[in-house]
Design a protein around this ligand. Sequence first.
Ligand code: IPM
Ligand code: MG
Length: 356
Amino acid sequence: MEKNIALIYGDCASPEIVTQAVRVLDAVAAKYGHTFTYTRAYMGGEAIDQFGDPLPQAELDKCLAADSVLLGAVGGPKWEGVPGDKRPEKGLLRLRAGMGLYANSRPAKIWPQLADASPLKKEIVDRGIDFIVVRELIGGVYFGEHKTFHQDGELKAVDVMPYSEHEIERIGRIGFETAMKRRKKLTCVDKANVLDTSRLWRRVLEKLAPEYPEVQFSEMFVDNAAMQICKDPSQFDVIVTENMFGDILSDEASEITGSIGMVPSSSLGAGPRGLYEPIHGSAPDIAGQDKVNPIACILSAAMMLRYSFDMPAEADAIEAAVSGVLDAGLRTADIMQESCTLVGCAAMGDAILARL
Ligand code: IPM
Ligand code: MG
């Protein structure tokens, strides 16, 4: 197959991981007889430096013209002072919205080789951690009105969290369908004891539930869910939730698996074109030192092959190669364990390539 991939190298340590992911993609293409071509697109700090805008229309157009987009991470101290709508993160939000990517899936799965790295007690980890957070990505408070103004002699700020039925229904369906392909349990996480938007989420999801009679559907308040994720993560299969709750819970979910440096993500909309990115940030503290873990980005490339290009064997091969290097005891600094071998970003890429 021929596929064109838009590459966003990103900021700080991010280009180092994207470089390794591209090497892996090239190796897969050679082995399985595919042709992957790449179009470089600029978003985030890099785009601010070049164009004074975190996502110029021409860069979004490159992403829309590609078969999928692979991204590292954007942002860093250099751009911290810039105004809200010119921040690197704004480029990411505009990219997600511009591509219509409403469904973000973030798997929280423990790698058996890294089970000791989980901050949870062994007896909890041993019950199993394997769930997915399906996060609504282009609605809610991230995209509602934001404003700061003077009122009664002081500053006041307002962020609006809007959701309409169709936005909830389409992500709800992704939740149920994801559950159907897994252990058939779906939990809607919300704050329905306080928020109208959450009460609407429940109404819409409860209406969908009879269409998926095999799925065991339940509802949980987000504060309780945050607690249950540490107390007994084995109870979860698929969590479906609104944008900000999903942002927060997916960081918590990744941390209990041992390292945020291992967690990839997919963002999809109506068609097969997606955006694939690690869930971690741009790691400014270790930029340029060949220390960053490339695995989340490499696994994001694997997700792209699986979900956007329908290449499950190729995706399996990448995941098996990653598992192989962990078996061999190779670790980047973030996942380093006793009696393992510390390697840098490029050497981790080499080791994964060698196993492909
Ligand atoms: C994420 C990040 C982004 C988000 C930031 C960088 C805007 O935290 O992808 O989880 O909040 O969505
Ligand atoms: Mg986040």
